[in-house]
Design a binder for this molecule. Structure first.
Ligand code: SAM
Length: 280
């Protein structure tokens, strides 16, 4: 079977999680910026995997997906490996505040793998704004969210996601390990926590420890190493002087995104973000 035949048989799938900074709404602007041909694909800041799911029908090789949130990685892995068990476990959850707080209080380490995945998906779909936040001891602490009839188990969506993930290897890894994995000709899409636009923005707090200026610098070092090794990369980040400086010399495009915070009328509307690439 040719690669083209294999890829065209893959189903179109969509993210099964909501994720802060998820790229769903930017995909139309990104479409012309992706490479025409994709062999092996890497996405080291996975989140909900919006870009992976968009590209999965075009990936000719393997996909290497990673993130540093352990439970997120285990959830993806379980959806890939045994989606029917995840669906069965999701069927035990209900949209109800007491149930939410009982499930939130569970220790994920004491759950079966499909139970852990179902808990992660349930908390994501019914917690406040689909946020992922943990306290100092690493326990999930997002409050119950108010929705009208939220869909806890989208069985068909999960089955499609599972089929798309069949080509993926999913690992818990920091982005620093990327140069050891990616090879010449591979394509890497990087969507790190953005550099904050102001000192009061706190969107770097995805995990305890956040993603500070040193992390942005070290990520730029990784991108330069990828470039030196002949790996193609595309990176999303905020439009700040630091990001423009760190990636000077690469192709930098502006895209327009909806603002993450609409705390005041003046804050509404579009905001400029950057896409950096080492290929055109
Ligand atoms: C902006 S989100 C990615 C969103 C994703 N592109 C989507 O569409 O849903 C950034 C992700 O990077 C992960 N992350 C943060 N620091 C990391 C690190 N040092 N190494 C790997 N992943 C990290 C976070 O857990 C989070 O899932």
């Amino acid at each position: 079977m040719t690669n083209t035949a294999r890829t065209s048989q893959r189903p179109a799938a969509r993210p099964f999680l909501k994720w802060a900074g998820g790229k769903g709404r930017l995909l139309a602007q990104y479409a012309p910026l992706f490479p025409r041909e994709i062999g092996d694909y890497h996405e080291p800041f996975l989140g909900s995997g919006a870009v992976f799911f968009r590209l999965c029908q075009r990936i000719e090789g393997r996909a290497y997906l990673s993130d540093r949130i352990d439970d997120l990685v285990r959830t993806f892995e379980m959806v890939r490996a045994d989606v029917e068990s995840v669906i069965r476990h999701l069927g035990r959850h209900v949209y109800e505040s007491d149930h939410y707080y009982r499930v939130r209080a569970q220790n994920p380490a004491c759950l079966s793998p499909p139970g852990l995945a179902a808990r992660f998906i349930f908390l994501n779909r019914t917690g406040f704004n689909g946020l992922y936040r943990v306290n100092k001891s690493g326990r999930f602490n997002v409050p119950f969210g108010r929705y009208t009839n939220p869909k806890i188990c989208d069985a068909n969506g999960l089955r499609l996601a599972s089929a798309a993930l069949a080509l993926a290897q999913i690992e818990r890894r920091g982005f620093q390990e990327l140069p050891g994995w990616a090879e010449a000709g591979d394509f890497v899409y990087l969507d790190p926590p953005y550099q904050p636009l102001s000192k009061t923005s706190n969107f770097t707090a995805y995990t305890a420890g956040g993603f500070d200026e040193d992390a942005q610098r070290s990520l730029a070092g990784v991108c330069h190493a990828l470039d030196g090794a002949g790996v193609r990369f595309m990176l999303s980040n905020s439009d700040t002087p630091l990001i423009r400086k760190l990636y000077k010399g690469f192709d930098i495009k502006r895209v327009l995104a909806a603002r993450a915070i609409n705390s005041s009328a003046a804050g509404r509307g579009k905001i400029s973000e950057l896409v950096v690439r080492n290929y055109t």
